[in-house]
Design a protein around this ligand. Sequence first.
Ligand code: FES
Length: 316
Amino acid sequence: MKLTVDRITQEAPGILAFRLVDPSGAALPSYPPGAHVDVTAPGGIVRQYSLCGDPADRSAYLIAVKLEAASRGGSRSLHADVRAGSILEVGTPRNLFALEPSASEHLLFGAGIGITPLLSMAYALAADGSRYTLHYFARSAADCAFAELLAGEPFASNVRFHYAVQPDGLDTRLDECLAAGSNAAHVYTCGPAPFMDKVVARAAIKRPADAIHLEHFKADPVVSGSGEHAFELKLASSGQLLAVPPGTSIVEVLAEAGIRIDTSCREGICGTCIVPVLDGEPDHRDHCLSKKEKAANDQICACVSRSRTAQLVLDL
Ligand code: FES
């Protein structure tokens, strides 16, 4: 979709929110809370951003973009090159971070820019009267994006702000937050990897893995070729065999064989490149399949994941 930037607001130091609308004023495709979209920055780089507005509002999408110091052009271009009235190419919403509809309670833990997918979840949970608490960790009140919104109705009584919690105090604070909810509550987290690791570890003490949900924003750097072994792909439809050498991805090997797999992030985050697996054991290196999905071994993120077995049979 080509969408018009209708408004840009500074939500916190280094964080801009972009309101995107259809140029003709048409309603945008609906999306579930937690969904994200691909956005092509004017510099041509595609990045994934969570939709952080009210999912019930089809008149606009809202994304928030943090200017990353190590930006390879995505956030830097959106901050520097986009103005109100600019047109941006935006993909249709996808969701890898869904609310569990059967959960009796939801505990949301966000840190920094990780608040964005949790915001759309909070809108949905508030709208249907669900039991939920949103815990928002930030360096200070001034660093909180959407702080004013979350301090007002309908969120105020369900939001707790946690400022300047030091790493050595995080376990205790998380335990207090988790203890204030029921053990049956599902836990959702988004933020820097060390923060999410802590949330997952503390939540897992009293909860099964499938009650803990997380969304990665940026893949940890993967050194291509490190610890990688060669393996073989077999394409189920034709029986064709393809060798995957260390340092070359499944997507690249398939492309060389004339088989194009749709990709977007190429970092194991967005899920665009997922391919069904019929036999063999994938070496899952992505951040988008859940623990349960990885354990089933029946699909693979072909941009980053590899194989633990000598052969992997793909349903292609
Ligand atoms: S292209 Fe995004 S997960 Fe593979």
